[in-house]
Design a binder for this molecule. Structure first.
Ligand code: CA2
Length: 140
C-alpha cells in the first residue's frame, strides 16, 4: 500500500473558526476526517501533519525520505515565502502535489507566486477539501 504524507501549514488549524467566506465553515478536524476517509476508499495510507513552524515542516519533509511514496502539501502562507520548504522538497525528491483550499490566483497579488509550484508535479487550488481528494488520486 502506498504511503502518502499530507502536510498542512500555518493557521490551517483555525479552519472553521474564522474567515468562513474564504476557507469554508468546516473545521480542521473535518478536513482530517475527509482526507482519512478518501484515503481509505482509495486504498492509500496517509499520515496527516499540521504545523505553524517553517522548520518543523522542513524536518517533517526530511523524515519522509525513505518512509513515504509521496507528499501532499498545503504550505499555507509559506507557499509564497519559503525557499527552505522548496529546497526540502527538492532534497527529498518525492512526488509532490500542492493543494490550496482557495484560488490563490484570484486573490491578492502576493498570493499568485508559489515557491512550491517550482517543484510540485501538480497544483490544485480553489476546490476546498475536494482538492486533497484529487491530490490523492494523483498517487493511484
Ligand atoms: O488557500 C489556501 O489553502 C492557502 O494555502 C491558505 C493560506 C494562505 O496564506 C494561502 O495564500 C492560501 C492561509 C491559511 C489560513 O487559514 C485560516 C483558516 C481560518 C481562519 C484564518 C486562516
Amino acid at each position: 500500500m502506498k504511503k502518502i504524507l499530507v502536510i498542512n501549514g500555518p493557521n490551517l488549524n483555525f479552519l472553521g473558526i474564522r474567515e468562513p467566506d474564504i476557507y469554508g465553515k468546516s473545521t480542521y478536524a473535518d478536513l482530517v476526517d475527509s482526507i482519512n476517509k478518501a484515503a481509505v476508499s482509495k486504498g492509500l495510507e496517509v499520515e496527516i501533519y499540521q504545523s505553524n513552524h517553517e522548520g518543523c515542516i522542513v524536518d517533517k519533509i526530511q523524515e519522509a525520505y525513505n518512509h513515504f511514496d509521496g507528499i501532499i502539501i498545503n504550505p499555507a502562507a509559506y507557499t509564497h515565502t519559503s525557499v527552505a520548504i522548496l529546497d526540502a522538497l527538492k532534497a527529498v525528491g518525492l512526488p509532490t502535489v500542492e493543494v490550496h483550499l482557495s484560488d490563490i490566483n484570484s486573490r491578492e497579488e502576493f498570493r499568485k507566486f508559489s515557491y512550491i509550484s517550482l517543484y510540485a508535479a501538480k497544483t490544485i487550488c480553489g476546490k476546498g477539501f475536494e482538492g486533497y481528494t484529487e491530490a490523492l488520486d494523483f498517487f493511484l
